[in-house]
Design a protein around this ligand. Sequence first.
Ligand code: SF4
Ligand code: SF4
Length: 55
Amino acid sequence: MAYQISDDCIKCGACASECPVSCISEGDAKYEINPDECIECGNCANVCPVDAPQA
Ligand code: SF4
Ligand code: SF4
């Protein structure tokens, strides 16, 4: 299962630059992960200040 970003996201943008497959993009209300490209490395969760990306 790909990681998903919860509504806790404050759109700081830190996760996007840490994703090795560049599958995180800015959405309207929060950042979003393309589930077809996520390789479940966990980098986004490690850098997120509010723990929004969940496995
Ligand atoms: Fe990108 Fe890794 Fe987060 Fe998936 S788990 S969105 S590959 S940083
Ligand atoms: Fe949202 Fe966390 Fe990514 Fe920042 S690091 S944009 S709060 S998911």
